[in-house]
Write a protein that binds this ligand. Structure first.
Ligand code: SAM
Length: 409
């Protein structure tokens, strides 16, 4: 674990702390019942703003070997993501991959996106450091290198298979401590006229919708477009287009090329920069205000849950995404207030939420045991969840959505 002294992108020492969410265990570490609680390690969760380039980032870096060697997040368990990445792959195949071109995905997880190239004239290859997840991808027939992507693994791949027409990196830019080396690797591997397509949770959404529970140790950086453009500029590359994507509560998809590549710069780029400026995303006051609002959400949700409990109502949770670790730990919500959580992912079932130790089980439990309320912790797919749980609602059950403000639906 190490504490930063300068910005992770522009290396300015002018970084200011604006939020401390206490010390929490790694958000995806979900221990098994009966584990040795003394061995559960917590790390400080503190956020800083770089006053020079506008990057919001964590102060402490937990070593990636702790976070990513065995990983419990399988993207393919989320239907919304499966559909999203199928459409994404279709766009790549049609516009950018070329005939039998090499398409490389960084952080390819269980192959949720790359599976869609099967049967197409595309050489698809993933980089996935988590051995268990890479194994699932290979079993699904997706060519996967079980390693971290960086400048040396990129150079090795280029030697073996040539340059890539397309490099994809979805929801992984936030996870990488060595950002310069990551982007250097992308620059090495990308063909001169190649395109990189990258999705990340947009700081504008995180800020505007109070998605503070997306803050956890895996996510070292919280990106607005401006610092990302700075990062690619440092390595001779440029963002030529950007789109808003309704995934993970509001993401950006950016299109990047080597400077002087074939694509004209879209007006969308300046439009997003203007929006970020108007929201105040590069100013410290904005984040001090954000920190105050998180404290209000905590007070409201705790008051709501305690009141329900005093009325004899039972509350369970729906969804155990990594972000539930931040919310439940920072708010101090344990099994006394939320009895258990159901999650469709078998890798999370029969485990506990790190730190607060709320038990996790499969959704079938809701058929035999009917709580009065379901706190939706995977709020980014709340519509999918409410549709799946229409029976629960029809029999009088109610949903609580915690953010942007706690609300009973
Ligand atoms: N791309 C998938 C998606 O959008 O659903 C998975 C995103 S998941 C949040 C992040 C993934 O990146 C994990 O599977 C993790 O193991 C992987 N990862 C973390 N650091 C990486 C690195 N340096 N190179 C390649 N993959 C990495």
């Amino acid at each position: 674990m190490s504490q930063i002294t300068k910005c992770r992108i522009c290396e300015s020492p002018h970084i200011q702390k604006f939020l401390s969410l206490g010390a929490t265990p790694p958000a995806n570490s979900f221990p098994e019942p009966g584990h040795d609680a003394e061995c559960e390690v917590s790390f400080p969760l503190e956020l800083f703003l770089c006053e020079k380039c506008g990057l919001v980032q964590l102060g402490y870096t937990v070593p990636p070997e702790i976070l990513f060697k065995n990983y419990l997040y399988f993207s393919s368990t989320v239907e919304t993501l499966k559909r999203h990445f199928a459409d994404f792959a279709a766009e790549i195949a049609e516009k950018y991959a070329g005939d039998n071109g090499l398409v490389v995905e960084i952080g390819s997880n269980d192959g949720v996106l790359l599976k869609n190239f099967q049967g197409k004239q595309v050489r698809a290859l993933g980089f996935e450091p988590a051995a268990n997840v890479a194994k699932a991808a290979r079993e699904a027939g997706v060519d996967t290198i079980n390693d971290f992507f960086n400048s040396s693994t990129a150079a090795k791949l280029k030697e073996e298979r040539g340059t890539a027409n397309v490099i994809i990196a979805n929801n992984v830019f936030a996870h990488v401590a060595g950002l310069h080396d990551l982007v250097r690797g992308m620059e090495i591997l990308l063909a001169q006229q190649g395109v990189m397509i990258i999705e990340f949770h947009h700081l504008a959404s995180l800020y505007s919708h109070m998605e503070f529970d997306s803050i956890y140790h895996e996510h070292l950086c919280y990106y607005s477009l401006k610092p990302v453009m700075h990062l690619f500029g440092m390595f001779g590359m440029e963002v030529f287009d950007v789109k808003k994507i309704p995934i993970h509560g509001g993401s950006l998809r950016i299109y990047v090329q080597k400077k002087g590549g074939g694509h004209a710069i879209s007006q969308n780029v300046q439009a997003i920069l203007n929006e970020e400026e108007t929201l105040g995303l590069y100013k410290l006051e904005t984040y001090r205000d954000f920190a105050g609002k998180i404290a209000s959400i905590r007070d409201e949700l705790l008051a709501m849950l305690k009141k329900l409990k005093s009325e004899g109502k039972r509350v369970a949770g729906y969804g155990a995404p990594a972000k539930c670790t931040t919310l439940l730990n920072y708010f101090g919500i344990g099994p006394g207030l939320v009895e258990y959580i159901v999650d469709r992912s078998p890798s999370k079932q029969n485990r506990l939420v790190p730190g607060v130790h709320v038990p996790i089980c499969g959704p079938e439990r809701l058929k035999s045991d009917r709580p009065d309320y379901l706190l939706i912790l995977a709020w980014n797919i709340s519509e999918e969840i409410m549709k799946q749980q229409s029976e629960f609602r029809a029999s009088g059950g109610k949903f609580i959505v915690p953010i942007p403000r706690p609300e009973i639906l």
